[in-house]
Ligand binder design. Structure first.
Ligand code: LLP
Length: 384
């Protein structure tokens, strides 16, 4: 939420910047913590969604664990209060250096994505005189019904080990002396709002568990990955993600045996709605048929619309009436750098503040310096 007093304090700030409503973040994180503990599910926050120190500290402070995709994310997570003993290390391309970083730190689990990766982790752990705890990322072949660039769980994806390679997998696991097999990992995709997808993932996990146990591998850990979506169309009215729906879909479809633990890796749903890009209109341009509000942010600030045709609500904070129809575009010289087409919003003027909502997840972390523009800084509601 952007209050009147927050808007007044924006007057003295350079734009664009990411504005984080820390109250929304705390309430979202607390909802995850309390709802999931009711269902006995452990959350590992996907650091890739937003890795700002203040955000990480708020999440670790609520007792949530971390999921990291690189060695640098592990280092950052540790520096911001996440215990090593709760870190899951994901990713298709873990380098030797990253594996060593993770082993030295004493992370909880390597989620392994290929047979060769399993062999490399075994060799490195052996050379360090350690045993590495691993889970195997299996390919659930579940359609997440989401954008094709963020679907990961169908058979054709580069992620995970498909059932066709299981014989080789089981032979490899039997050979590796420096690994301790803990369980199964899955991740079907991102921005999933249809809870039946999570129900299917839960059912698939139970099926895979049986296959592994039939091969003499005890499945102690079931990790269903991230993916819970948020409402990009109504970020102010419906900002709380459906954590209860997710937990219920899992609990109803995945029977848990004594001694087993269930985990998820939410990223987007924890941080998307607390973040907004605040930008000023640089120019208003009257085209032949259209009007354009040209902002001082662009696809280098938020790449999601250009990369995934993602929708983000755009709002003129400075002028609510009269309503006009216009396009809201970024400051980069590429046609895909458009935030809204045919927006019906308050008439734009040079200098007006615009907000682009739901920018807390995969916003600032995907920033770049294209055109040598400055990276947009973070401003936190607690500080203004
Ligand atoms: N676990 C694994 C193994 C993942 O690959 C991801 C995200 C997550 C957890 C967290 O997923 P979430 O809960 O955030 O959906 N840049 C894209 C999203 C890429 C997601 C990559 N993997 C976007 O802006 O939509």
């Amino acid at each position: 939420m952007i209050t009147e007093s927050a808007l007044r304090s924006f007057e003295r700030m350079e734009t664009p910047f990411f504005y984080y409503d820390m109250d929304i973040l705390r309430r979202t994180v607390d909802n995850f913590a309390s709802t999931l503990s009711k269902y006995g599910i452990t959350a590992h926050y996907a650091v890739k969604a937003n890795s700002n120190d203040r955000i990480l500290r708020t999440i670790s402070g609520a007792g949530i664990q971390a999921e990291c995709a690189t060695g640098n994310e592990i280092t950052l997570a540790l520096a911001n209060g996440f215990p090593a003993a709760g870190i899951f290390f994901d990713g298709v391309a873990k380098t030797d250096k990253e594996i060593i970083t993770a082993l030295k730190a004493g992370i909880e689990i390597f989620n392994c994505e290929s047979i060769q990766e399993i062999e490399v982790i075994d060799a490195i752990a052996g050379s360090m005189g350690l045993k590495a705890a691993i889970a195997v990322r299996v390919n659930p072949d579940v359609d997440a019904h989401t954008h094709k660039y963020i679907t990961t769980g169908t058979e054709e994806d580069k992620f995970g080990i498909s059932a066709g390679a299981f014989d080789q997998l089981f032979a490899t696991l039997a050979r590796c002396r420096n690994l301790s097999f803990q369980g199964i990992h899955m991740h079907a995709g991102s921005q999933i709002t249809d809870m039946s997808v999570f129900a299917n993932i839960g059912k698939k996990a139970a099926e895979f568990e049986k296959i592994f146990e039939d091969h003499g591998l005890q499945v102690k850990l079931l990790n269903l990955g991230g993916g819970l979506g948020v409402d990009y169309n109504d970020p102010l009215g419906n900002w709380m993600p459906d954590v209860e729906g997710l937990a219920r879909a899992i609990a109803d479809n995945l029977p848990v045996k004594p001694g087993q633990s269930v985990h998820i890796e939410p990223g987007r749903a924890m941080v998307a709605q607390c973040g907004h890009i605040i930008s000023r209109v640089v120019y208003v341009k009257e085209g032949l048929k259209k009007k354009f509000a040209i902002l001082d942010c662009g696809m280098h600030t938020l790449i999601r619309p250009a990369l995934y045709q993602a929708h983000h609500e755009v709002e003129n904070l400075s002028c609510k009436a009269p309503i006009e129809k216009y396009d809201v575009v970024g400051c980069v010289c590429e046609s895909s750098d458009t935030f809204a087409q045919g927006l019906e919003g308050g008439a734009p003027h040079r200098g007006d503040f615009f907000a682009i909502h739901s920018a807390g997840a995969y916003g600032q972390v995907m920033n770049m310096k294209y055109l040598q523009r400055d990276l947009a800084p973070a401003i936190y509601s607690d500080d203004i």
